[in-house]
Design a protein around this ligand. Structure first.
Ligand code: NAD
Ligand code: WQD
Length: 336
């Protein structure tokens, strides 16, 4: 299959391109490089030995997308492009709505013109807000506590409306839990441009000596050790989930929604301990105040994806921390 990948130079996008190319699909990337580097594209080509056509195009640029679509005529799209920093979204809400919502509208407009109506969308477990219980199933109530999360929720709703108004569309809404890890080669991985907001990149930058000390945000949550519990999922497992979703769209299901997680919850201190055990490094940490907006526990019931997509995560927490460390230690400055 020929697949357009928006945001394909980014963390999850680059890993998904590896899986697409390895499985014999063709991929074409559009990315404005606002949070990534073209070096990631070159590394995907090196890992796979395949070509990955790349266009530095913004998804808000109708003409730019129109040209790429006209040239490559993809059969399906995986739409990763978006801004994802929760804190920044509170400061710059209009930017987030313009980029994530307007960008998706423009993309869908161009796709519609070219008759490309199979779409996989990167949603997030953040659409469950503060869930009343765990594990979380896809039919839990949805809510948003910040503009980033609301942009995902709005796009989910827009895509549902789009499919109702035009039945050519088949759309998979994939709600990711906490993606971590890196490709086994250590060639590609997560490369935050600033001080990381997320736990695992922060831990690995402490391990490599770039950052001094991890602040553990709260040890008084109602969890086993008082620290927040999340469903960390290896980025390669997550990427493979996208291939299964593309296959599902061939059955013309309309709109389908899946949690992509492992179904297991690990606390912040579990992750620190696993990292120390697998890498032999000591992670200096201190207990700090809770981070505003954080929830105690979030993990998936991923049985729907298993049943309907034949997909489940196979990499465990030790794989996640080892692969994170391989990437970080081989590339202390990221893509440089
Ligand atoms: P990322 O920032 O590494 O990748 C996103 C890519 O999109 C970047 O390469 C960026 O340059 C590009 N981009 C952003 N705005 C664009 C625009 N207007 N036009 C073209 N390209 C644009 O992030 P990621 O972690 O790979 O996330 C991919 C998607 O998954 C995002 O939509 C994100 O919201 C979603 N998601 C991520 C997580 C996570 O924790 N990483 C969790 C849930 C959902
Ligand atoms: C994990 C745990 C923190 C950093 C965010 C977004 C969510 C989704 C994934 C895109 C929590 C603790 C963290 C640190 C810490 N992204 N922590 N010290 O908050 O589950 O989700 O990323 O859709 O929308 O909100 O992930 O990695 O930031 O935090 O103690 O320096 O680690 O409190 O318990 P989170 P995270």
């Amino acid at each position: 299959m020929r697949v357009l990948v928006t945001g394909g130079a980014g963390y999850i996008g680059s890993h998904t391109c590896v899986e697409l190319l390895t499985a014999g699909h063709e991929a074409i990337v559009v990315d404005n490089l606002s949070n990534s580097s073209e070096e990631a594209i070159r590394r995907v080509e090196a890992i796979t030995g395949k070509q990955l056509p790349f266009y530095q195009v913004d998804i808000r640029d109708y003409d730019g997308l129109d040209e790429v679509l006209g040239k490559h005529q993809p059969e399906a799209v995986i739409h990763f492009a978006g801004l994802k920093a929760v804190g920044e979204s509170v400061e710059k809400s209009l930017l987030y709505y313009q980029n994530n919502v307007q960008g998706t509208l423009t993309l869908c407009d161009v796709l519609s013109k070219h008759g490309v109506c199979d779409l996989v969308f990167s949603s997030s477990a953040t659409v469950y807000g503060d869930p009343a219980s765990v594990p979380i199933t896809e039919d839990f109530p949805l809510s948003a506590t910040n503009p980033y999360g609301r942009s995902k929720l709005i796009v989910e709703e827009i895509l549902r409306d789009l499919q109702v108004s035009d039945s050519r569309w088949n759309i998979a809404l994939l709600r990711y839990f906490n993606p971590v890890g890196a490709h086994h080669s250590g060639q590609i991985g997560e490369d935050p441009s600033d001080i990381p907001n997320n736990l695992m990149p922060f831990v690995s930058q402490v391990a490599v000596g770039k950052l001094e000390c991890l602040s553990v945000f709260g040890d008084d949550y109602p969890t086993k050790d008082g620290t927040g519990v999340r469903d960390y999922i290896h980025v390669v497992d997550l990427s493979i989930g996208h291939l299964r979703a593309l296959e599902k769209l061939q059955q013309k299901p309309g709109v389908v929604t899946y949690n992509l997680g492992t179904g297991n919850g690990y606390s912040v201190l579990d992750m620190v301990k696993a990292f120390e055990e697998q890498t032999g490094r000591t992670i200096k940490y201190r207990i700090a105040d809770r981070r505003p907006g954080d929830i105690a526990m979030c993990y998936a019931d991923a049985s729907q994806a298993k049943k309907e997509l034949g997909w489940e995560a196979t990499r465990d927490v030790n794989d996640m921390v080892r692969d994170t460390w391989r990437w970080q230690s081989q590339n202390p400055q990221g893509y440089g």
